[in-house]
Design a protein around this ligand. Structure first.
Ligand code: PLP
Length: 405
């Protein structure tokens, strides 16, 4: 499909910002939404809005069918074995907290260890710290090198009999590193250690196959994959999810309640207490179908091309330093510029309609590792173009002029 046609699917891309065409390069934070996703939200509320799994009337049945169909679309999208292995949650953050609490309650004891990597988002650090604190367990860290790659060759030295789980990002939201997960998971499984994958930055950019990865848990957020906010996915292998206690209690997750005792439904409902984000789940499935229709060959080739073009262009800006140079990378470039704080870079390029992220990107340990307070970060999506990267470079040059650099 032609890039102009793809861009025409995203109404917000027609906007002018400070009289300049919007150049949206903050896709790692959240993506823009195609018309089919906006239509799915409106159609739901105009045509079939009713609470699910409860009513026997027409609208409730239609709404339930659409919600459960959305689950099947998610299942196929990540190639899970069963739809029940796909749980609707609010976000990646909620998915990881669910596993930390539920798996943690059941399987983590005093002096056990949980392993994460040095390049995790706070969402894949803090929930584990909390469960470690509750249980008297310990958080261990797989280190990385200055390229922003994990030390895979020495991985097994971080596994021990006490390691109960490895929780690791598929793609770093700061460095863009694509971790070699199949090898990592194989090694972890050889030590009988289950693996949770934070897929927030991978699912929008590459074809995810949870069976091929053989991960035990996989998480991603709807809003980063061209879907709505307030919806995300936790995939878990059925045998783990069945063995884990519910994360929250309430309506819809129970079989029977008396004041003495409550029994729970099977998965996935055991983990979906209360009314879920129904419209958002359905609209998320529209986003996934939209990506399927574009095709992963297009998506990966286009985004690889943008990344190469941007790295070449940024490398030519004097005083600009790209943070992290991993061999295998996807969709994200962080950088600093001599003499300009990243926040100033972000504010100045915004005057030219260019939206980039600045700060620590919810990954303070990565900032500490590189001894920097913050970076500027550009991140790409299916609708970005070379011309937009040219606009970024021009805006960066304006920033340098303003700072007399
Ligand atoms: N993990 C990674 C790698 C991320 O980049 C993000 C968000 O930027 C998250 C987790 C958290 O995602 P959410 O805020 O949608 O829960």
């Amino acid at each position: 499909m032609n890039i102009d046609t793809i861009r025409s699917h995203f109404p917000i891309l027609k906007k002018l910002i400070h009289k300049h065409p919007l150049v949206y390069l903050d896709n790692a934070a959240t993506t823009q939404k195609p018309q089919c996703v906006l239509d799915a939200l409106e159609d739901y509320y105009c045509e079939i809005n009713a609470n699910i799994h409860r009513g026997v009337y027409y609208l409730s049945e239609k709404s339930t069918q659409a919600f459960e169909k959305a689950r099947c679309i998610v299942q196929r999208f990540i190639n899970a074995q069963h739809p029940q292995e796909c749980i609707f949650v609010k976000s990646t953050t909620e998915a990881i907290n669910l596993v930390a609490r539920s798996f943690g309650d059941q399987f983590i004891k005093e002096n056990d260890e949980i392993l994460i990597s040095a390049m995790e988002h706070h969402s894949n650090i803090v929930p584990w710290q909390m469960i470690c604190q509750n249980k008297g367990a310990h958080l261990k860290i797989i280190p990385m090198n200055t390229k922003g790659e994990l030390s895979i060759d020495t991985l097994s030295q971080y596994f021990s009999k006490k390691t109960k789980l490895l929780a690791i990002t598929h793609v770093s939201n700061v460095l863009g590193t694509l971790n070699p997960l199949r090898d990592i998971i194989k090694e972890a499984h050889a030590h009988n250690i289950p693996v949770l994958v934070d897929g927030a930055q991978s699912a929008p950019h590459l074809k995810v196959d949870v069976q091929d990865l053989d991960c035990d848990f996989f998480t991603f957020s709807g809003h980063k994959i061209y879907g709505p906010t307030g919806i995300g996915i936790l995939y878990g292998k059925a045998h783990w999810l069945k063995a884990m206690p519910p994360y929250q209690g309430g309506g819809e997750m129970i079989l029977q309640v008396t004041f003495e005792k409550t029994t729970y439904k099977e998965i996935p409902f055991k983990f979906e207490a209360g009314t879920p984000a129904i419209a958002e789940a359905i609209a998320l499935s529209s986003a996934l179908e939209y990506l399927n229709a574009l095709g992963w060959d297009y998506i990966t080739t286009h985004e690889r091309d943008l990344l190469d073009y941007a790295i070449d262009a940024l490398s030519l800006v004097p005083g600009l330093k790209i943070i992290g140079t991993p061999q295998e990378r996807i969709g994200v470039i962080s950088f600093t510029m001599d003499g300009i704080h990243p926040h100033d870079i972000g504010t100045i390029v915004d005057q030219f309609g260019v939206a980039i992220r600045t700060g620590h990107h919810c990954a303070m340990p990565i900032m500490d590792f590189f001894s920097i307070p913050a970076t500027a970060r550009v991140s790409f999506g299916i609708y970005n173009t070379h011309e937009e990267i040219d606009c970024l470079i021009k805006a960066l040059q304006e920033a340098k002029l303003l700072f007399k650099l």
